[in-house]
Design a protein around this ligand. Structure first.
Ligand SMILES: *Cc1c(COP(=O)(O)O)cnc(C)c1O
Length: 383
């Protein structure tokens, strides 16, 4: 057994990261300013998208996007239930109705057909999720949204470094990335809103800072009027330069991080192939580049004679941390009760929600760590 606990995730922070943050701390300007602007530019260059806005989180980006698109009472928004709760919470807080599309059983992603089944005359927006580092089948989904005049926002929180049909996710259309500490790069907390729609970019940029046309840095240093006017009531969702400097430093290493994540994921796949009770996910059938944000397994609970929750707690006793991405949103108390939900409505989502578990995966992990995890799983299953 491992003597030291292996966490499910851990950020990779180098001396260069610390130096970049220290430089900002010593500079006299620590909130949103030149580093945030530089991070936006470098992020655009990496993704290949025309414009990006730094934010305090991906959740903030989703909130502003819903606001900018005017989503509210009477509107329906299609999204998976197999997602982080933030998206669904925001839809409800906006007064709109979430409509849950089921997922493919083996990729955990919505498909053009599961989305199409949910479309109604009230559908205003579709929010598909690029799951675990693989891309959703965005081509036909974009076509469907375009034909029905429905907005599309890609949840790319798992998808930094993910390619679909040879292009980075988020290159076209509108997408949101997250820099929470478990994501492929981190700023502590943070997010990026990317779009090829200039009006939407301008609106999000304004809404993230009180609805002023400019942010504090513009007012102090760019010679604009210090009495910037409120063009509409906005929020306070800007990313400080302390964090943006970390983002710039991390972005420079994202390909290196993802190469290591890929090596580790391949070793998991190889070593777990011999464990009958463990079902890995499948790669989607179209051309992709996987960012390996998460390595998710499903426990064949019948064959194993134990539950997923038991597996997670027994692994913890063996000093192996795990995660759960995600517990289906529609089965959580508020949504069950407020939406009159019964089990059976989303069979693939529910089947996976009961069986999935995310194994440790982060750039500073080693092949030996993977072997420790696999050996611990084998020991738990043998009992
Ligand atoms: C992490 C995550 C988010 C939210 O990101 P934050 O930056 O924490 O707000 C949204 N969607 C998915 C699928 C995520 O995994």
């Amino acid at each position: 057994m491992r003597s030291k606990f292996l966490p499910f995730s851990q950020p990779s922070i180098t001396k260069a990261d610390i130096a970049a943050v220290s430089e900002v701390l010593r500079s006299g300007w620590i909130t949103t300013g030149p580093k945030a602007a530089e991070f936006e530019q470098k992020f655009c260059d990496y993704i290949g998208c025309p414009g990006a806005v730094t934010l305090s989180s991906a959740t903030a980006g989703m909130h502003l996007a819903l606001k900018a698109l005017g989503i509210g009472v009477g509107d329906e928004v299609i999204t998976p239930s197999m997602t982080w709760v933030s998206t669904v919470n925001l839809i409800v807080l906006a007064g709109a109705k979430p409509v849950f599309a089921d997922i493919d059983r083996d990729t955990l992603m919505v498909s053009p057909s599961t989305i199409e089944e949910c479309v109604s005359l009230r559908t205003r927006l579709i929010i598909p999720v690029h799951f675990a580092g693989a891309p959703v089948d965005i081509g036909p989904i974009r076509q469907l949204a375009h034909q029905r005049r429905i907005f599309l926002i890609e949840d790319a929180a798992h998808a930094l470094g993910t390619h679909y049909m040879g292009e980075h996710v988020g290159r076209n259309g509108t997408s949101i990335f997250s820099f929470h500490p478990i994501k492929n790069i981190t700023t502590g907390e943070g997010g990026m809103f990317c779009s090829d729609n200039q009006d939407l970019l301008d609106r999000v940029r304004r809404l993230k800072f009180h609805g002023l046309g400019v942010d504090a840095y513009d007012r102090h240093t760019q010679g604009r009027s210090p009495q910037a006017e409120v063009l509409e009531p906005g929020y306070k969702y800007n990313m400080p330069d302390i964090l943006a400097a970390l983002g710039i430093s991390q972005l420079a290493r994202v390909d290196e991080f993802n190469r290591q994540r890929t090596r580790l994921a391949m070793r998991y796949r190889e070593r777990l192939a011999e464990v009958d009770e463990i079902l890995p996910l499948s790669d989607p059938p179209y051309p992709i580049k996987h960012a390996w944000h998460l390595f998710i397994i499903r426990l064949d609970t019948d064959k194993a004679g134990l539950s997923r929750d038991q597996l997670m707690s027994e692994l913890k006793q063996k000093n192996i941390g795990t995660g759960l991405h995600f517990r289906a949103v529609h089965l959580q108390k508020y949504y069950r009760e407020s939406m009159g939900i019964r089990r059976g409505m989303l069979p693939n989502t529910e089947w996976n929600s009961d069986r999935i578990c995310s194994l440790p995966l982060f750039a500073d992990m080693t092949a030996e760590d993977v072997d420790d995890v696999v050996n611990a799983i084998k020991e738990v299953l043998k009992k």
